[in-house]
Design a protein around this ligand. Structure first.
Ligand code: KG4
Ligand code: ZN
Length: 348
């Protein structure tokens, strides 16, 4: 089966082709970061307009790269939510127009399920069950994943997502949006322990997290600094921030694994590209005889391959008559505030 994946929920247009036998054939991502940088964050209207410009050329690019034609497609998977409504509508409209024209099914995918299942494209790939740590610009969640579509939320952030905290810290350190990778690189030059920041909810006794206080601590450190532009100060502050984030995420992940007697941890979402988090989780898991999986680096941030993978899994779990019914029912829409649990319930 040849499936096209389309992602347009935020500021990346991602398209990919996956063959159920041969795996990932081609993927292409256009990032709008340079456009949004000017405004310090994503401007929804500009994002939607840009997705419209990019989606068809990217479709042509992946077909060319894979040496396939549209007519060879068997299905289309598209991000239906959560995300920016206008941005989602671009991908969903294109997917349904193509599906209608080619007479093939279209499946709506939850963006975070896509991130989670991007790990199936890693070699080796994790096997169910596992604990998932979902860390992106909009989510920071710990889940028990018993099988495909069986997701139990164990812990969540009470305020900012961890990616958001990275982006805000970057801004306070004078770096541009999105800033996660830049904070990480700056932290490499800093010294651990030279600026100690709070570890919010580290000992809360549950698996919930909070990152807005950490951001305030960074702000206070910048305000109180004699010379906030000093390179050593900036690097030490970035290091203090990253150390605090990594401490909290690692402690909560280990706690979730122990509580649920799990041996496998799967990390997903944009922040799973973070070097310090990766190193720390590998160390903590190895020490306990546990294993941690990450998506391939190029598939950590938003992309179409993760959506195509989730689509393929979803189709595998649907009966032919369900696919047919889904397809016949051509009304479509977006779900900007869709919860993963609701998406999983759609399978039953
Ligand atoms: O998953 P993603 O591409 O989009 C959302 O679904 O939100 O995640 C984007 C987030 C941004 O906040 C970005 O700063 C963060 O992931 N990020 C990183 C790194 N790469 C991306 N944060 C820390 N270190 C990185 N290397
Ligand atoms: Zn994402």
């Amino acid at each position: 089966m040849l499936i096209l994946g389309i992602e347009s929920s935020c500021d990346e247009t991602g398209l990919a082709l996956i063959d159920s036998e041969a795996g990932l054939l081609a993927h292409a991502v256009y990032t709008q970061i340079d456009m949004h940088k000017l405004y310090g964050g994503v401007v929804p209207e500009l994002a939607s307009r840009d997705h419209i410009r990019r989606v068809i050329p990217l479709l042509e690019e992946v077909l060319r790269e894979a040496g396939r034609t549209k007519e060879e497609l068997d299905a289309i998977a598209v991000t239906q939510g959560p995300g920016l409504a206008g941005a989602l509508l671009v991908g969903v409209s294109i997917a349904h127009a193509l599906g209608f024209a080619l007479d093939i099914p279209v499946v709506g995918i939850h963006h975070m399920e896509g991130h989670l299942l991007a790990n199936l494209l890693a070699d080796p790939a994790p096997e169910f069950p596992f604990i998932a740590l979902l860390v992106s610009g909009g989510h920071t969640q710990i889940m028990k994943v018993s099988g495909f579509g069986q997701y139990e939320l164990l812990g969540d952030t009470l305020d900012d997502a961890v990616g958001e905290a990275f982006d805000k810290t970057a801004q306070l350190l004078g770096m541009s949006y999105p800033g996660g990778p830049a904070v990480s690189a700056l932290a490499e030059k800093g010294t651990s322990g030279s600026i100690d920041l709070p570890r919010p909810m580290l000992h809360s006794g549950n698996l919930d997290m909070s990152f807005s206080g950490l951001k305030t601590a960074v702000l206070t450190a910048v305000k109180n600094a004699e010379n906030p532009e000093d390179e050593t100060f900036r690097a030490n502050l970035a290091r203090g921030f990253v150390d605090a984030v990594v401490d909290v995420l690692a402690a909560k992940a280990v706690k979730a694994m122990k509580q649920n007697k799990m041996k496998t941890l799967v990390v997903a979402g944009g922040v799973s590209a973070n070097k310090q988090l990766r190193n720390r989780l590998v160390y903590e898991m190895k020490k306990r005889g546990m294993t941690v999986f990450f998506p391939p680096l190029k598939l950590c941030t938003d992309n179409g391959a993760m959506i195509a993978t989730a689509g393929l899994e979803r189709l595998k779990h649907m009966k032919p008559e369900e696919i047919q019914a889904h397809f016949k029912n051509l009304k479509f829409g977006v779900k900007p505030r869709w919860r993963l649990k609701e998406a999983a319930q759609d399978l039953r």
